[in-house]
Design a protein around this ligand. Structure first.
Ligand code: FMN
Length: 191
């Protein structure tokens, strides 16, 4: 199995990275090493909104400007079995790096014909001071998954007063995915 984590986090440490590391640890415990793609380390352009609104994204599933590094990342994501999306919450949304990348990717991979269709996704939003904006950020990630026909396995909202119990839950979720658990499977209750 191949699990790829797409990160919108600009930092190498702190709260958001701690839960990214928890997800990677969990997958590893389940026998899968995770490829982490840090979008803030690249300098990708935004969608150029070609022609009247669509470009080669619509018919060829590629971005005409993909040589900026976009196509390489798109290829990695297409090859993954499971995707983990992780971002700090900025203005109640994903970080700008993740947002502008997903804008381009959605155009290339929309609908049930896209290469992301049916893949499982784990969504992680890490908020700061107020903790506000987690829901809207997760909603934004959900919308991306709906547009690309991905299967959302779980969603996590982290802040500075819940990470002690959320980080282990993320670790467990990533482990369960690595071990092959799928959306819709019924786990027997332990009474
Ligand atoms: C531009 C910007 C906007 C932010 N907007 C929010 C927000 O809407 N809600 C919130 O709770 N935190 C917000 N934060 C705080 C980040 O979510 C927080 O720094 C990060 O998720 C977790 O902390 P970390 O830096 O230790 O990883 C914002 C931070 C920045 C830089």
């Amino acid at each position: 199995m191949n699990i790829t984590l797409l990160s919108g986090n600009p930092k190498q440490d702190g709260l958001c990275q701690s839960v990214i590391d928890a997800a990677i640890r969990g997958a590893k415990a389940g026998g899968v090493s995770v490829s982490e793609i840090r979008l803030c380390d690249s300098r990708l352009i935004r969608c150029q909104v070609c022609d009247d609104g669509w470009g080669t994204c619509r018919d060829q599933n590629i971005c005409s400007f993909g040589s900026d590094g976009f196509t390489q990342i798109q290829t990695s994501l297409k090859q993954a079995d499971v995707l983990i999306f992780a971002t700090p919450v900025y203005w109640g949304e994903t970080s700008e790096a993740l947002k502008s990348f997903l804008d381009r990717l959605r155009r290339c991979e929309f609908g049930s014909q896209g290469a992301l269709s049916g893949k499982q996704a784990l969504l992680i939003a890490s908020a700061g001071g107020s903790g506000n904006g987690i829901i809207t950020c997760l909603h934004q990630l959900e919308q991306f998954c709906r547009h690309t026909d991905m299967a959302i396995f779980d969603r996590f909202g982290i802040n500075r007063w819940n990470h002690d119990y959320q980080a282990p839950a993320i670790e467990s979720a990533a482990r369960a995915l690595a071990e092959g658990r799928v959306c819709g499977e019924t786990i027997q209750l332990e009474n």
